[in-house]
Design a binder for this molecule. Structure first.
Ligand code: ADP
Ligand code: MG
Length: 226
């Protein structure tokens, strides 16, 4: 349902993504594994519309995303947890979670329902709701960023290195939340980037390997995971 066709992108005259073609299906959980600098963040940002000068085609549910500005992509059911979280520090946790749905103009009751569902998937957020986002630890911020992506992402959820730097207890909670998310929304496509494949050991995924901006064949992924 998300398709990339020969996608290339440059940053500061350096080619960062080279001829990426891939298809991400309904209900799939896909890991994109690659070393630091491989282009993982750039690839997710491109899908979110933050790399408008790329070449190649990105389609979502058959629609060419070239004509859909970044601010409208959440309305297609795409949720995104950037690697650096980017929460609004002056908002409460609840305000941060509601924000993407409110921006989309969803009715209050629909947002309430979405929040209730999100809290069943990431129950650790319930106790944090009234807290200021500025008062969270890095790991807690990652849980909130996951919740926010779940609020908006009914069709596609993009998670950029979610396990990086998470303490073991939080990493376990995060993994359990992902398993709940997969069960709760069987049609959802989840794309997770990671530099270390072993961090994803409890999450059933197909693995793609990104090396210097190029997607490697999946047999390489199988070889790397052993
Ligand atoms: N704003 C930028 N300007 C110039 N080069 C950048 C910028 N951001 C990232 N890069 C370069 O693009 C490449 C891919 O970066 P990135 O997508 O962040 O990789 P990853 O997320 O896999 O670590 C790296 O070589 C990085 O140095
Ligand atoms: Mg990155």
């Amino acid at each position: 349902m998300l398709t990339l066709e020969s996608v290339s992108a440059t940053l500061a005259n350096v080619q960062v993504l080279r001829g990426i073609s891939a298809q991400f299906e309904l209900g799939a959980t896909v890991a994109i594994v690659g070393r630091n600098g491989a282009g993982k963040t750039t690839l997710l940002r491109l899908v979110m519309g933050f790399m408008p000068k790329h070449t190649g085609r990105v389609t979502f549910d058959g629609q060419d995303l070239a004509g859909v500005p970044a601010r409208d992509r959440a309305s297609l059911g795409i949720g995104y947890a950037p690697e650096d979280r980017v929460l609004f520090p002056s908002f409460s946790v609840e305000g941060n979670l509601r924000f993407p749905c409110e921006v989309l103009g969803m009715a209050r009751r629909a947002v309430d329902a979405r929040l209730a569902e999100t809290l069943t998937i990431v129950p650790e957020l319930e106790a944090m709701l009234p807290r200021s986002a500025a008062a969270l630890s890095g790991g807690q911020g990652k849980m909130v960023a996951l919740g926010r992506a779940v609020m908006a992402g009914t069709r596609l959820v993009l998670l950029d290195e979610p396990f990086q730097g998470l303490a073991p207890v939080l990493a376990t909670q995060y993994g359990t939340s992902l398993q709940r998310l997969i069960r709760a929304r069987p049609e959802l496509c989840i794309v997770i980037t990671e530099s270390n494949r072993s961090l994803l050991k409890n999450i059933p995924t197909e693995t793609l390997v990104l090396e210097r901006g190029e997607l490697q064949r999946s047999f390489v992924a199988a070889a790397l995971s052993h």
